[in-house]
Design a protein around this ligand. Structure first.
Ligand SMILES: C[S@@+](CC[C@H](N)C(=O)[O-])C[C@H]1O[C@@H](n2cnc3c(N)ncnc32)[C@H](O)[C@@H]1O
Length: 194
């Protein structure tokens, strides 16, 4: 299993907020969606060995953790991920980790809590950062977690805490789009047959 954690400080946190206006105005939900597409879609299928986690801290009801693993019975189209996220957010229920569709969960959980839980399950944690160690030189085990920031990067306070348990890795000398980083990491893991 591979885990991608995409953090966004502005992505909206209710179905209603996502149904109003365009995706760019919904806290750059377009970037979250591009990253998700690179995370789970292949040319002729899906990556069923990926769990994609969105952590959204935008208005009106942060934080929200949405977890998606594509299962055979999930109806999903690359052309309409916004509707999938919107429906998942609409079905959020206070106090629950709710499975809205097969493999799709929503709950109220902070960024650090999500990472703590993954670490407790035995996953190794990597923060994607241009100034990190070269990812090609790093040993990576199955079940690893890759944390990627939005257009604003990762929040300073959380980053300070995360650095104590995570390794910062770089996929190259340029500042890439979050979605490009997800594609590069997937490719690296494919090559390593992980
Ligand atoms: C568009 S970048 C964020 C730019 C933001 N202004 C900053 O300074 O962090 C989105 C995310 O992609 C990841 N990223 C971008 N370039 C990278 C690189 N060369 N190596 C590893 N991760 C990278 C980081 O996680 C970053 O938070």
């Amino acid at each position: 299993m591979r885990h991608f954690v995409y953090f966004s400080s502005k992505a909206v946190t209710s179905g209603k907020a996502l149904s109003q206006g365009n995706l760019m105005k919904a806290g750059r939900m377009d970037i979250a969606i591009h990253s998700f597409i690179q995370g789970v879609f292949l040319s002729h299928g899906f990556r069923d060995d990926v769990k994609f986690h969105f952590i959204f801290y935008g208005m009106p009801d942060p934080p929200k953790h949405i977890e998606i693993q594509v299962k055979p019975d999930l109806e999903i189209s690359k052309k309409d991920i916004a509707t999938l996220i919107k429906k998942i957010l609409y079905k959020y229920r206070k106090g629950e980790k709710k499975e809205v569709f097969s493999g799709c969960f929503v709950e109220k959980k902070s960024f650090l809590q999500v990472i703590d839980e993954l670490e407790k399950q035995g996953s190794e944690i990597f923060i994607l950062d241009k100034r990190g160690e070269d990812s090609r030189e790093i040993k990576i085990k199955d079940n690893s977690v890759f944390i990627i920031g939005d257009q604003e990067g990762l929040p300073k306070k959380e980053l300070k805490r995360l650095k104590k348990i995570a390794t910062q890795i770089s996929v190259g000398p340029k500042m890439y789009f979050a979605s490009q980083v997800v594609a590069i990491v997937n490719n690296e893991l494919d090559r390593r047959k992980l």
